[in-house]
Write a protein that binds this ligand. Structure first.
Ligand code: ACO
Length: 323
């Protein structure tokens, strides 16, 4: 059986760090409030002129170096993003060209904070059906460009960044001992689209609009949906949740991470958290957290790793893999 294995990963963050105290100079908030309600201490914000494709390219180059391959081997470039440089062409085609590629195919996936999990699901299918051997999957965002910097309830939550993985086809036995993606589960419920959205868009207003959110409602759905996705992914593999070595969640809010762990009886020490330093980077948050835990040596070859996310739409999902 063909398995999609992650053979390299990399991240890229803008230089510009914005602390909670920096934000308290712009809106009526405080470091204490932000830390207590969200766990966030700082976020990275791209400077004017530094766009999503720049962050995506940085993460892509780091992942290719880590994988020890060059762009010539890539069949597909997929970018999960909600904040493309332009309405078109896609960020993925910009990355493709800047990597010097004129072969293969490149396109974006838009599922907001779940975009990277949706991308993994798609990449896994493309590899297992033999349509691709090697895929570069990137989650990249400049969420700062969608924020209303006068709305303290949302502008403190988000940040910019990018993370990338290189997936490659490898033979497996078809059981849980295989290295690579074991399963993915993706879901959406469009009835809930008005709890988290932008108040504009190309067709609606000829502009991107600004992010609007009913935070309390989003919070409630997040814990329920993420827990259900984790349970579904573990059940599909026929393993108890306790068999998973590392959980790599979407980094929205430390309280969502803690609430989900409590609900499922997961030891918080097995949950990778980067929300304090990155904030919520939407589709970039799962790969940024993954890269952090791989590079600091927590995630080791052979570990069972469960990635999960939930975002606007609502969209949510999980991916179980053996590293
Ligand atoms: N600083 C100080 N006070 C604030 C701030 C701020 N930055 N933001 C809101 N407040 C105030 C509110 O105005 C309110 O004041 P009031 O009582 O005088 O009316 C008070 O704090 C409480 O506001 P709530 O919205 O009830 O605060 P809550 O405890 O729900 O925390 C938060 C808000 C952090 C947004 C929380 O609801 C949350 O994290 N929700 C999840 C949303 C999320 O993570 N979205 C990301 C995208 S979706 C995803 O990624 C899963």
């Amino acid at each position: 059986m063909i398995r999609a294995r992650i053979i390299g990963c990399g991240a890229f963050l803008p230089d510009n760090v914005v602390t909670n105290d920096d934000l308290a100079k712009r809106v009526d908030t405080s470091d204490a409030w932000i830390q207590e309600r969200t766990g966030i201490r700082q976020r990275y914000i791209a400077k004017e002129g530094q766009n999503t494709s720049d962050l995506a390219l940085g993460a892509a180059r780091a992942a290719l170096t880590d994988a020890g391959i060059d762009a010539g081997e890539i069949d597909f470039v997929i970018v999960a993003t909600t904040t493309p440089d332009r309405s078109f062409p896609s960020v993925a085609t910009m990355v493709q060209s800047r990597l010097g590629m004129s072969h293969g195919a490149a396109f974006d996936v838009q599922a907001v904070c779940s975009g990277f999990i949706y991308g993994l699901s798609l990449a896994d299918s493309l590899i297992r059906t033999g349509q691709a051997r090697t895929i570069l999957l990137i989650g990249a965002e400049t969420m700062s460009r969608l924020l209303d910097w006068s709305d303290r309830a949302t502008c403190v939550l988000f940040g910019d960044g990018a993370g990338a993985v290189v997936l490659q086809a490898h033979d497996g036995k078809g059981d849980n001992s295989d290295q690579g993606i074991l399963n993915t589960r993706i879901y959406s419920d469009g009835r809930l689209h008005d709890l988290l959205y932008t108040d504009g868009g190309v067709s609606l207003s000829r502009s991107a609009g600004l992010l609007r959110m009913q935070g309390k409602e989003v919070f409630k759905h997040a814990v329920t949906n993420i827990a259900a996705a984790i349970e579904a992914s573990a059940a599909a593999a026929g393993i108890p949740i306790s068999a998973v070595d590392w959980f790599v969640p979407h980094q929205a809010n430390q309280r969502i991470l803690d609430g989900t762990a409590r609900r499922l009886g997961i030891d918080p020490a097995r949950v990778v958290s980067t929300v304090a330093s990155h904030g919520n980077t939407s589709a970039a948050s799962v790969p940024l957290a993954l890269v952090t835990a791989v590079k600091d040596g927590r995630i080791k070859r052979g570990n069972l790793v469960l990635l999960e996310a939930m975002g606007a739409g609502f969209t949510w999902g999980a991916c179980l893999l053996r590293w």
